[in-house]
Design a protein around this ligand. Structure first.
Ligand SMILES: Nc1ncnc2c1ncn2[C@@H]1O[C@H](COP(=O)(O)OP(=O)(O)OP(=O)(O)O)[C@@H](O)[C@H]1O
Ligand SMILES: [Mg+2]
Length: 363
């Protein structure tokens, strides 16, 4: 019985936060073997009483089964008190959490969130998408799965939700959660609670990006999110119109409050111009011009991309196949460019700034 053998056995024990092996999740530390005595610590965020007990039992069980009578001593360490980054605590398997916000409704947030997610996935990244627009979830229709129901699993006595797979993305939307079975998990009248559970009680896989499609404006959902996970950065979507820009500044400022401190990675201008197929060199600025640039300047950030008005984008929203998968050159170019600029800004953000932290509420 050596440490390598012990770690191999412990890997079979699922992590209560992610469902993945506790060794892979780097929960097991300070492993020490003396005769038939095994000591180690488990570094985890706050667990509820019965979760802790069940996890303890699971570890004891795999080790006794493998090595016979052993004396297993597990020391639980609450990582909230070890100064580890907030990201490590809430969704340790997710590298970047990107919020997609806007001032006004209908500017194309969901369209941008979904197609950006697909563009990132096509470039080789593992991507998840949360439709946090609890007032009007549109992602289930946009991915052609309006009646999909996520599976529920029980882990250490707690209900966990398995995200829906669509076009290589892991997706969760409040639109999926209306059946009684799922309602067990999504108890509670508070809408924010639903989004909180999407972050805490969904077994997300290992992800490079988790994209959050937010409701428009500033509201409880935005606040709930920054209090539940460490958001890596935000993207603001606007149309070229003046009024859309003013609202977007207000919405973006919420992320920039000193105690929230989520960096704005940049601005996406949607519905920038219209080019008729028969006049490929003409651009018609139906909603005015310059809004994206103006917003970026107001927020001291950059314009990450401009998405033209394309019939294929509108129809894709209804047919349930993301526009990026249509092989329309204009659409693909626009979203490819956006994803490239966003990842570049993200790299810069990681280089220049400390990891984001979850917002702590002071009572
Ligand atoms: N670049 C575009 N070209 C053509 N149609 C577009 C474009 N962007 C968005 N649309 C269409 O505009 C409508 C609104 O877009 P979308 O639902 O993405 O906006 P939203 O900001 O998420 O809205 P809400 O505030 O309701 O959540 C949809 O019908 C969508 O298909
Ligand atoms: Mg939307």
């Amino acid at each position: 019985m050596d440490t390598a053998q012990i770690l191999e056995k412990l890997q079979a024990v699922p992590d209560p936060k992610t469902g993945r092996g506790i060794v892979e999740m780097n929960r097991v530390r300070d492993l020490d073997v003396q005769g038939n005595r095994i000591n180690f610590s488990l570094h985890l965020p706050q667990l509820e009483g019965n979760e802790k007990g069940a996890l303890n039992m699971a570890c004891q069980q795999v080790l006794t089964e493998a090595f016979g009578v052993v004396d297993v001593n597990i020391h639980f360490v609450n990582v909230q008190h070890t100064g580890g980054s907030a990201l490590e605590q809430a969704l340790p398997q997710v590298k970047n959490i990107i919020a997609v916000g806007s001032g006004k409704g209908g500017v194309g947030k969901s369209t941008v969130a979904l197609n950006l997610a697909i563009a990132l996935q096509k470039s080789g990244a593992k991507v998840g998408l949360i439709d946090a627009d609890i007032y009007g979830p549109s992602i289930p229709t946009m991915i052609g799965m309006p009646t999909a129901k996520p599976k529920i699993e029980t882990l250490y006595g707690k209900h966990k939700i398995i995200p829906i797979e669509a076009f290589g993305l892991q997706v969760m939307s409040v639109g999926f959660i209306i059946e009684p079975e799922a309602a067990i998990v999504l108890r509670g009248p508070r809408l924010g609670g639903i989004v909180k559970q999407f972050l805490n009680d969904v077994l997300w896989g290992e992800l490079d990006y988790l994209i959050l499609d937010l409701p428009p404006g500033t509201g409880d959902i935005q606040l709930t999110i920054v209090q539940t996970v460490a958001v890596t950065g935000a993207i603001m979507v606007t149309t070229p119109q003046e009024v859309a820009v003013i609202d977007a500044v207000k919405a973006g400022n919420m992320f920039r409050l000193p105690n929230v401190n989520v960096p704005i990675l940049g601005v996406v201008e949607n519905m920038s111009w219209f080019t008729p197929a028969e006049l490929p060199n003409n651009k018609y600025y139906l909603f005015g011009k310059g809004g994206g640039k103006k917003l970026a300047k107001h927020m001291s950030t950059m314009l990450l991309g401009q998405i033209p008005i394309v019939e294929g984008i509108r129809s894709a929203g209804d047919t349930g196949k993301p526009a990026f998968l249509d092989n329309n050159e204009i659409i693909n170019q626009a979203f490819h460019n956006l994803s490239k600029n966003m990842t570049a800004q993200l790299a810069l953000r990681h280089e220049m700034m400390a990891p984001s932290r979850k917002v702590e509420i002071k009572s």
